[in-house]
Design a protein around this ligand. Structure first.
Ligand SMILES: *Cc1c(COP(=O)(O)O)cnc(C)c1O
Length: 310
């Protein structure tokens, strides 16, 4: 996936801050901001300073992400790595102030000095410890903390059942569970909820046409259509858009361009908004049949990022 030079990705850092402040006020337990995958595409370098006084720490996917962004040096706050890294060892984790998630005896033992955190399988069946090995991994890693990636309250309760009465700090909730007081436990790990509503993606209309008969690759029909310079190689898919404050649609997507449906007064140069201005990640995700997280990653990568606020 590459960026189109015709697509503008505007990131509102004030909105990211406001989202974090709202989460803090709501949950009243420590919040660990998930900044994996370049902060869901928004850009980890810009996000770290905006959030560092509002969160207790960071979640990355790998140790390498924390090292590359120099998270500890820049924020003075520790990280949790949710997955494993190539050529990992305890001293690298310690130097970067990152604690590794562990789910097998061998890694727990090898990384014991880095204070590993047990990842418990409550249904995800990925990067997590099967129930029957929990005690062995806890012991091998001398763990004082455990978490699960819960998608429902049942998963949260399962974590509590499986590791309760051992004095461990526990956390389970990502964005989808923040509203559940019982899911908050000792900390929360919001990703999407920090970034929602903060990104506007737009691109100009390059051509306009009165549609004559079947058009495009698929022979679509419309009364008018326009062309934008962003296609599937830039992460775009057919779905909703906004043109001149009116809901419209991306009808068909080619490799580096796409067709959009136009109203009579839409002109060359008018902005086609692919995200923002009331078009939410969730709206686009529903049309794309995917998650809001994927929408953010794809659309943030579709063009050139610029920042406002903070
Ligand atoms: C990505 C991730 C999160 C954050 O998920 P959101 O739904 O974006 O808030 C939390 N926990 C784990 C283990 C994750 O991998």
């Amino acid at each position: 996936m590459s960026a189109s030079r015709w697509v503008d990705v505007q990131i509102d850092l004030e909105r990211v801050r406001a989202n974090a402040a709202e989460i803090r006020a709501q949950v009243k337990v420590p919040a660990w901001a998930v900044v994996k995958a370049d902060a869901y595409g928004l850009g980890i370098d810009a996000i770290l300073p905006v959030l560092s006084d509002l969160v207790d720490g960071w979640c990355v996917f790998t140790l390498d992400e924390a090292e590359a962004a120099r998270i500890w040096e820049r924020t003075g706050r520790p990280s949790l790595a949710l997955s494993l890294a190539a050529n990992e060892n305890a001293s690298r984790y310690l130097a970067a102030h990152v604690r590794p998630a562990v789910w097998d005896v061998q890694r727990a033992k090898a990384l014991r000095e880095a204070k590993p955190v047990l990842s418990v399988d409550t249904g995800m069946q990925r990067f997590a410890c099967p129930v029957e090995q929990i005690d062995a991994v806890l012991q091998a890693g001398k763990c004082d903390e455990a978490f699960t990636h819960a998608t429902s309250l049942a998963g949260v309760n399962r974590l509590k059942e499986l590791v309760s009465s051992r004095g461990l700090r526990l956390h389970a909730a990502g964005s989808s569970m923040l509203h559940e007081p019982q899911a908050r436990l000792d900390a929360v790990r919001p990703g999407l909820a920090l970034y929602r509503g903060a990104v506007r993606v737009s691109t100009p209309l390059i051509e306009t046409h009165e549609t004559l008969g079947p058009a495009g690759y698929t022979g679509f029909s419309a009364s008018r259509h326009g062309v934008i310079i962003a296609g599937y190689s830039n992460g775009i898919r057919p779905g909703p858009c906004i043109i001149n404050a009116r809901r419209s649609r991306v009808i068909e997507v080619g490799m580096q361009s796409a067709f959009v449906e136009l109203a009579p007064n839409d002109r060359v140069g008018d902005r086609v908004v692919l995200l923002g201005e009331g078009l939410s990640e969730a709206d686009v995700a529903a049309a794309w049949k995917t998650s809001p997280q994927e929408v953010l990653c794809r659309l943030c990568g579709a063009g050139n990022r610029s920042y406002m606020g903070s």
